[in-house]
Write a protein that binds this ligand. Structure first.
Ligand code: NAP
Ligand code: COA
Length: 270
């Protein structure tokens, strides 16, 4: 049995990571590459994705960056084919491309709603589905990046919460259908992660930032490394019996508002 956190545990493995030009997904790509995987990175912007791949190759890892929009199935399928041709069959897929903004539903256009559904939910299906014919089976590990809002609704987020809820159910459906082929399908649900675009957009002012932090049971933001370690674990044999699951790595965000301090509260009377 491998040890998930031993160096080079992914030597010889091939990973495809969508939405990997920045943030959480780039952190995952870095972690998988450090563990020895050859990584194919995807995002829309050629400049951003090539720069991301360069940071990995300059650190001595094997990485390529390709521009493709997850809304364009054929473009994603072409990158999957190129990944197999260049590196071999794909062992690990991380589907994490997303778009988000705060918008009250009464002012959100139909196209704004559709755009986020198309990137997050349909895009995730496209990445997982397009990779299917190129997977190294049995043993492949697929994961999407969801969010606590998939389960616990929040205001100004109808588009993103609906998309991520779809991802959670898609995860379970694909796990049932593809499990017999030895393919595991899971999702990771990060809470607010420091120094990311997602947090910059959702907690744009210091007041909102502090309020968000105070609601968390653990009272702190997570790091990209926290999420990357979960992705690494899911990528290894140590997770061989885990499928159809959403793993919360969220400081308690999904539990709800924990801002009331129960530890300093007076004991009950009587
Ligand atoms: P980010 O840095 O903006 O990452 C989003 C990535 O998706 C970028 O690489 C972006 O690159 C790519 N992308 C966007 N639209 C795309 C499209 N149509 N096709 C292909 N690539 C596309 O954001 P992040 O905050 O790290 O978020 C990463 C993931 O974590 C997302 O799934 C997000 O929902 C989830 N998440 C984040 C947090 C958080 O605290 N940050 C919390 C919960 C969940 P290009 O612009 O080059 O396309
Ligand atoms: N509030 C309300 N509506 C918004 C909006 C905002 N802040 N930003 C975009 N929209 C609407 C647009 O008005 C448009 O609708 P319309 O045609 O009815 O006017 C629709 O969304 C599509 O916008 P567009 O800019 O054409 O989409 P895009 O495909 O170029 O970009 C986004 C997608 C909007 C999600 C963009 O923010 C993006 O690329 N995000 C990626 C990075 C990111 O969000 N990271 C955090 C991940 S958690």
């Amino acid at each position: 049995m491998q040890d998930a956190f031993r160096d080079q545990v992914l030597a010889g493995k091939v990973a495809l990571i969508a939405g990997a030009s920045s943030g959480i997904n780039l952190g995952i790509a870095q972690r998988l590459a450090e563990a020895g995987a050859k990584v194919m990175l995807i995002s829309r912007s050629p400049e951003r994705i090539e720069a991301a791949a360069r940071t990995l190759t300059e650190a001595g890892h094997t990485a390529l960056g390709r521009a493709a929009d997850v809304r364009d199935y054929d473009a994603i399928a072409a990158v999957c084919q190129e990944t197999e041709d260049t590196f071999g069959k794909i062992d690990i897929v991380v589907s994490g491309a997303a778009g988000n903004f705060r918008a009250p539903a009464a002012h959100l256009s139909a196209n704004g709603f559709r755009t986020v559904i198309e990137i997050d939910l349909i895009g995730s299906f496209n990445v997982l589905r397009a990779s299917f014919a190129h997977l190294n089976t049995p043993g492949a590990s697929l994961m999407s990046i969801t969010a606590p809002g998939a389960v616990r609704p929040s205001t100004f987020q109808v588009h993103a919460n609906a998309a991520k809820a779809g991802i959670n159910q898609m995860t379970r459906c694909l796990a049932m259908e593809w499990g017999p082929a030895g393919i595991r399908v899971n999702a990771i649900s990060p809470g607010p992660i420091a120094d990311t675009e997602g947090v910059a957009r959702l907690a744009a002012t210091p007041e909102r930032e502090q309020a968000l932090r105070n609601r968390l049971a653990l009272r702190d933001y997570g790091t990209k490394r926290d999420i990357a370690d979960v992705a690494l674990f899911l990528s290894t044999e140590n997770a061989r019996y885990i499928t159809g699951t959403v793993i919360d790595c969220d400081g308690g965000s999904g539990l709800g508002d924990a801002s009331e301090d129960a530890l300093t509260a007076p004991p009950p009377r009587g």
